[in-house]
Design a binder for this molecule. Structure first.
Ligand SMILES: [Fe+2]
Length: 457
């Protein structure tokens, strides 16, 4: 029979979890003073305050939630003067133990491989595409019928798109009432920053969620998982249990005024302001001419997030004007069929030193890298619609920092002729139109583009 002092030693060494130790201490008659002393010793060890025992500590298996914290985020080596270029987010990905998607795109999020994910108690895969560039990333989470995820909270924002299935998400602040939001495929839910969240599958088939988030920024800045994943701070300014926080009625639409800084064509922005969108594939859009005649969109101001998000749609036989901006925009195709060209360095696509072509359909995801021009082409028989969250865009909150959306997104709506980052049809590489016409011919779809100009009205 193991004695209490053995439990304490094993806890300090790292082979027994904090929860297990506290439970043993409570039932095993360890005095409060001794329990606190052991917790204190372990906490100092976790944060690397005791260099003499850190070595032994490193060689013990980690167990339990608290254990997955600082050990994984570079804190162990914070006094190592030889440490260089440890990336906390990448270290964290390694410890998560699920597949990580990299490259430029994922062909179909609905069938991409997911594997058992211990922390969340579901199946999962992380998404760290090239264009995320350490500002935005994502993950897939699949919950079997009748199951639910292990509650999580964290200090990064996320926008969740439901790829398949039906269920509900329960959110709560510590010690406060739970609130539940029911969803099905096509819905968007944004659990507020740092609330507890649990996803439940209420259907007969697997429920698959896509989270797009700014975890790399937060994890890289603080490199302390205990702080990011187990923080008691409550952001009441964002969410304080309001009954209408996840509202889905027409009152959530409003038209925000904008300035010339937002757009050359200052005319306001059609906006949906809620923590929830019942069906992103059906939500009403408004025509905007900035990126082409047959283009419409709605801004999503989700859960008081700094992360910006919008849904955009363009009609059959058309394509959008090319533009470029900072990294992180995760473009998820909600329907339609077509392709996107991405290139860097030059206005002329054919002269670019680097190019990528993404053929997409419903469920495809791609992320244009930092400063790469990108242009979307609809070659299908139906309209094409996507949702695109990005870190620090020009939504309700504007971030001054370059790198994410922010300032660079503003320039993405201004012509390159005026110092901006949008290529007018008159300036585009003739090859762009040639490829498009050839693709339409193959697909048997008629072009709605006028010669050398935009779409037919
Ligand atoms: Fe873009």
């Amino acid at each position: 029979m193991k004695e209490m002092k053995d439990w304490a030693r094993e806890f300090i060494n790292g082979s027994v979890s904090r929860r297990e130790f506290v439970e043993r201490a409570a039932t095993g008659g360890l005095s409060l003073a001794s329990t606190l002393a052991a917790l204190d010793a372990e906490a100092h060890l976790e944060s690397g305050h005791d260099p003499a025992t850190r070595h032994a500590h490193d060689h013990h298996a980690r167990a339990g939630r608290a254990r997955q914290s600082n050990a994984k985020t570079g804190m162990r080596t914070r006094r190592n003067p030889d440490q260089t270029n440890v990336n906390p987010y990448e270290e964290w990905l390694k410890e998560e133990g699920i597949p990580v998607y990299r490259e430029h795109h994922i062909a179909d999020l609905r069938v991409a491989e997911v594997k058992p994910w211990k922390r969340v108690g579901a199946l999962g895969a992380h998404i760290d595409l090239v264009g995320g560039e350490g500002v935005n990333a994502g993950y897939l989470c699949e919950i079997p019928p009748g199951a639910s995820s292990i509650p999580q909270r964290y200090l990064f924002e996320e926008v969740i798109y439901i790829l398949s299935g039906e269920g509900e998400t329960v959110v709560w602040n510590p010690g406060r009432a739970e609130q539940s939001v029911k969803w099905k495929a096509g819905a968007v839910i944004a659990p507020p920053l740092n609330v507890w969240r649990r996803h439940i599958n209420r259907g007969a088939t697997p429920a698959r969620l896509l989270s797009m988030n700014n975890a790399p920024v937060v994890i890289d800045l603080f490199h302390n998982a205990e702080f990011v994943f187990n923080n008691d701070f409550v952001f009441r300014d964002r969410y304080n249990g309001e009954a209408d926080f996840f509202g889905a009625g027409p009152e959530n639409f409003h038209h925000k005024q904008t300035t010339a800084e937002n757009s050359e064509i200052a005319r306001g922005v059609h906006t949906w302001d809620s923590g929830f969108v019942p069906d992103a594939r059906a939500i009403g859009l408004e025509a905007v001419k900035e990126r082409g005649e047959a283009n419409s969109r709605v801004e999503l101001q989700l859960a008081e997030n700094t992360m910006q998000c919008h849904i955009s749609e363009f009609e059959v036989g058309t394509y959008k004007k090319a533009h470029r901006h900072g990294p992180g925009s995760h473009v998820v195709m909600l329907n339609g069929r077509g392709y996107t060209l991405m290139w860097k360095g030059t206005i002329k696509y054919s002269e670019a030193p680097a190019q990528a072509r993404i053929d997409w359909k419903e469920g495809s995801l791609f992320v244009p890298p930092d400063g790469w021009f990108h242009q979307h082409f609809n070659t299908g028989a139906d309209f094409a619609r996507y949702i695109a969250p990005t870190w620090g865009g020009d939504g309700k909150w504007f971030m001054r920092g370059l790198g994410g959306g922010g300032r660079t997104h503003r320039l993405g709506k201004t012509s390159t002729r005026k110092g901006g980052s949008l290529i007018e049809h008159e300036d585009e590489d003739p090859l762009i139109r040639e490829i498009f016409e050839a693709e339409l011919k193959k697909a048997g779809v008629k072009s709605r583009m006028r010669s050398g100009k935009g779409e037919k009205s």
